[in-house]
Design a binder for this molecule. Sequence first.
Ligand code: M6R
Length: 619
Amino acid sequence: MCGIIGYVGKKSASPILLEGLRRLEYRGYDSAGVAVLDQAKLVVRKKLGKIDEGIARLLKAEPVTGQLGIAHTRWATHGVPSDKNSHPHFDQSQKIAVVHNGVIENYDALKQKLARAGHTFKSDTDTEVLAHLIGDCYEKRRGKPGANGDALTQAVCDALREVIGTYGLAVICADYPNLIVGARRGSPLIIGIGKDEHFVASDANAIVAHTKKVVYLNDYDVATITPDRFDVLNLGTDTATVQISQLEFSQEDAARGKHAHFMLKEIFEQPQTVLNALRGRLDFEGATAKFGGLNMTSAELRGIDRIVIAASGTSWHAALVGEYLIEEFAQLPVEVEFAHEFCYRNCPLEKNTVLLVLSQSGETADTLAALREAKRRGHRALAIVNVVGSTIARESDGGIYMHAGPEIGVASTKAFVSTLAVLSLLAVHLGRMRNLPAKRALEFLRALEALPKQIEAILAQNNSLKKIAKKYAQADDFFFLGRGYTFPIALEGALKLKEISYIHAEGYSAAEMKHGPIALIDSKTPTVFLVPQDAMYDKTMANLAMIRARQGPIIALATEGDKQIKKVANDVIYLPKTLEPLYPILASVPLQLFAYHIAMARGCDVDKPRNLAKSVTVQ
Ligand code: M6R
């Protein structure tokens, strides 16, 4: 949801900014722009469209030089995608440039106030209003530096005190050839520390090629950044804690490698990412799973009476699987909430209720708000997160990392499966504190250990999956049906298809279908049926027969060795045999490939699907 990057140092800023934008493009790709300070003058280039077709071409045709600059890739909130609404935006004097990720909620009131004072605006964005506000404050501060340093930093602080909303932002000014001011509230911002150079960025991907030393800013932090130093103050407390962290991934981890798309690369990484999620956590001796970061004693974990899981999108689907797992293994009541609903509906939380949030990015605004709401109400809030050092990871009381590595494809794949692996471990961990017999736990741990090889076997079916996908690629509507553990996977399979191929797809309970939606079935509406050999097999087969009786084409996901299914389905994708609670992990992989190949057959840009952004940092 918008990516920003800034550079100050001794090198030419433009190539660093452009490369950074490419690495941030998954956060938004409606338009992009850069502003570079060239001999005391701010030079701006901005362009509608994706980076390679837009800003990269423009910079080639009209290069910019200078060693200080900021850049932005946009996911539109206020104002349509267009050249004029692209960032950077300028103040009234055209001396100050701003890039911003977030939403200024009171921008209309601020705009009217500034307009009354003679300001004129060129775009429809909230960010331009912020730029004008900073410029207005700067005029008042200019020539009168106070106790706290330069007039630009002070102007940014003054302006932000008037702002309601969220921001990760970077500001430069023609009067300060060596200075970037960065600030965050609600939208992530990090400082990258180099030798005689510094960076600011929305996330570490943008700068990992240059440095592995970073500082994660906290809400209300304002940073003053020059080539040889940075200082951080906090608008709330006036002092700030600065902790330097080391990035644990490399530039190669965040690169596409030999794969045509990040999504494909990430699907194929799953044998490894599941292994990473399990590594060091399988305790065969104790017949349980172990974790380092939950920050709760066994007695405290044993004392939990209820878990509420809050998440958004794909992570919400993982939460539904988590509910089944934890209730089955630990007999602990679990309730799954959309993060945004949890925040605003005054959901009762009993004394020993713990909130668990799930998030790949660790930055999703709705999920972060849920975490903060639970903490505000005095409840412990745990998190399962992928991005190390993300806001959710830092603000939770304890948690478990997925260790899936950078996920760049907008459609979440490997992080979803890693979340399921971690939830499986958590279910055993909690179960073994209650009544889960060691024998059953051991059997489950062994099945978990076998997953990476089984995923490899599924990936080996890629070519046949591609053929099946091609056959159905022109359908206008799809159903995805499953029961029990595979019901949430039906929802997830439909979401994957929707987001990257733009085909209307409904995920539904195979059993619930007969209560209404079956009216939509006809010979042109294929159904992807999840029918592994589990406790529900006979019942699911009966549901399948109902679709078949109405001439609906059926693509079945079934267990290896199931001969029956061949007789009733048009196409079959086989899954290796596993325990019932682990079919969600295995079934997810072919559905990801299915969606990928359909999207490819329809000529869609799978890594940058229309209207979407990787991490949604606005509510
Ligand atoms: O980073 P998060 O897991 O918190 O993201 C939540 C959703 O925005 C995300 O899963 C979204 O639904 C993806 N586009 C799904 O592929």
